[in-house]
Design a protein around this ligand. Structure first.
Ligand code: ATP
Ligand code: MG
Length: 513
């Protein structure tokens, strides 16, 4: 079993690994090309002093150079630390200081332009290099602009990764608190790669349309690494574009994709290709997928939709709904653990029986050993018997499928009565006038917290508060009926399309005052 990111790239030399759909001509990379290019980039990194444990920050968009530099850093026993290239200087400073970057890789031209990543790297004396596809030389360039802390460091020998080396450091999304730093080893990553391969029965004939950013686990593990383990291939545009999605999908013959619900919803609002390409499955992950969107997707794209559940600390996937040939898909659930043990714990770390709600907790080779520099979070997240507490509230249904009711920090606590914001969102998005609904707690003198909801209406609709209250009251217990209803044109979201209920609440309260 391959347990490192060098051994785990398993495609046949002549098979296509990566397609970059740039105009006028796409770049097509075989496995032989990818391995040769990665080995050569590893050498370039070693020559300037990158070695075991060196943090290599990568601030480029999804691209061939991202893939090569990511793999090369990990092959050299370095620690890849991808960063959202759209960050502002202050954000880059936060992350570069936090991971102690030895070098920051930026796109061509960023140095002369004094890009935010460059300024931030200079502040912490990290080396700065531009990395890009040099079509004249037919290679991924490493154009070193400043050596920073690497100055005077001798060239390092070429290394081979070990299963327990840290290969990747990522921050959590910071949805509930300051982003936490998660180190993931080659073993953690390869375990997830195998779990994803097994869940979706990925083979060398599968080709994915990779539209999730590679600076988060979703795109990195499911879009890039799992397919590389299976000898499959991927189409990699620089970012998601609703207008190019289907033309690329069809032209380069993809047969599946994975994305957050926001992207699925955007695709549903765009013209549907005729004839439809044959889609083996659509995967949804990272935020709750409402059953309404699930059904619309299956109907519109004539493909099974498999909702999965993942987090940074688990090197992405924890559970997923199965392929149709394996089992049933249950909308509103995130399916079953695959290669990951999933239990529901009460607050004294006891395992609860099916049907009872508690904290979703996991155990598996994919799970991080612990956050960096965060003893407090480590103490509260890992139990004595080795489970990792996810911070998500949920239960197992009668088939053992996991139902997520919300983040523990985001449950609405109305006088001791816990209300799942996700359940309420789902009921409201079933209303024919509602496009999006996000529920959250607001302070209340009587109950401590009360139920509020922000609603984005479908275009041309006039919302009626009383009608929405009646709609909820007909379907859910009376105490769940929202006291406050806010109408908004856009729902605030994070870069990865996540809802931060805390931010939605703040913005709605701000609007009101
Ligand atoms: P932070 O931990 O910093 O507050 P975060 O938890 O959003 O941020 P990530 O690791 O990116 O950071 O996200 C993991 C979380 O995303 C999970 O704990 C869960 O709350 C949510 N999530 C993932 N998949 C799903 C899903 N299918 N349905 C509902 N929630 C999901
Ligand atoms: Mg989290």
């Amino acid at each position: 079993c391959p347990f490192d990111l060098q051994a785990a790239i398993q495609g046949a030399d002549n098979d296509v690994a990566v397609i970059i759909p740039s105009k006028p001509q796409a770049l097509t990379v075989t496995y032989a090309d990818l391995k040769r290019e990665t080995a050569s980039f590893q050498k370039k990194l070693a020559n300037i002093g990158i070695t075991k444990g060196s943090p290599v920050s990568i601030a480029t968009v999804n691209s061939y150079e991202f893939i090569v530099s990511f793999l090369a850093a990990s092959w050299q026993r370095g620690i890849a630390a991808p960063l959202n290239p759209a960050y502002k200087q202050e954000e880059f400073e936060f992350y570069i200081e936090d991971v102690k970057s030895a070098i920051v890789l930026v796109p061509k031209g960023a140095y002369a332009a004094g890009a935010p990543a460059v300024k931030a790297a200079q502040k912490f004396n990290a080396a700065i290099a531009e990395s890009y596809w040099d079509s004249a030389k037919n290679e991924v360039a490493l154009d070193v602009k400043e050596l920073g802390q690497l100055k005077g460091k001798p060239a390092q020998p070429l290394l081979k990764p070990d299963a327990d080396d840290i290969a990747l450091v990522l921050h959590t999304s910071g949805t509930t608190s300051r982003p936490k730093v998660v180190p993931l080893t080659h073993r953690n990553l390869t375990r997830t790669m195998k779990n994803i391969r097994n869940t979706y029965q990925l083979t060398s004939s599968d080709r994915t349309m990779l539209v999730m950013p590679l600076f988060h686990v979703h795109g990195l593990l499911c879009g890039l690494l799992a397919p590389l383990l299976t000898g499959g291939s991927m189409i990699v545009p620089t970012k998601f574009s609703a207008t190019d999605f289907w033309s690329d999908f069809i032209q380069y013959k993809a047969n599946w994709y994975t994305a957050v619900p926001t992207i699925h919803q955007i695709l549903l609002k765009h013209p549907v290709p005729q004839p439809l390409p044959k889609i083996r499955f659509i995967r949804s992950c990272s935020s709750p997928l409402s059953p309404t969107v699930f059904h619309n997707l299956e109907k519109t794209f004539q493909a099974p939709v498999l909702e999965a559940y993942a987090m940074t600390e688990a090197a992405h996937q924890m559970t997923s709904n199965p392929l149709p040939s394996v089992g049933k898909r249950k909308p509103g659930t995130v399916g079953l653990g695959q290669g990951v043990e999933v239990v529901i714990l009460d607050d004294k770390d006891n395992i609860l029986p099916d049907g009872q709600e508690g904290e979703i907790s996991i155990k598996g080779e994919n799970v991080t050993k612990g956050y960096l520099n965060n003893a407090e979070a480590n103490a509260s997240s890992f139990t004595k018997s080795g489970y990792f507490r996810t911070g998500d509230q949920g239960k197992k249904d009668e088939d053992g499928y996991i139902v997520i009711t919300g983040r523990i920090k985001e449950l609405i606590n109305k006088g001791g009565e816990k209300i799942s914001p996700i359940e309420l969102d789902n009921v409201l998005t079933r209303h024919p006038q509602v496009s999006e609904a996000v529920s959250f707690a607001i302070p209340d003198e009587m109950y401590g917290q009360e139920v509020a909801v922000a609603i984005v209406l479908k275009s041309g609709q006039k919302g009626d508060e009383q009608e929405f209250r009646k709609w909820v009251g007909d379907k859910l217990a009376k105490f769940k009926v929202p006291k406050k209803i806010y109408f908004t044109d856009v729902m605030p979201k994070t870069a990865t399309g996540k809802i931060q209920r805390r931010i939605v609440a703040e913005e709605m309260l701000k609007k009101e005052s």
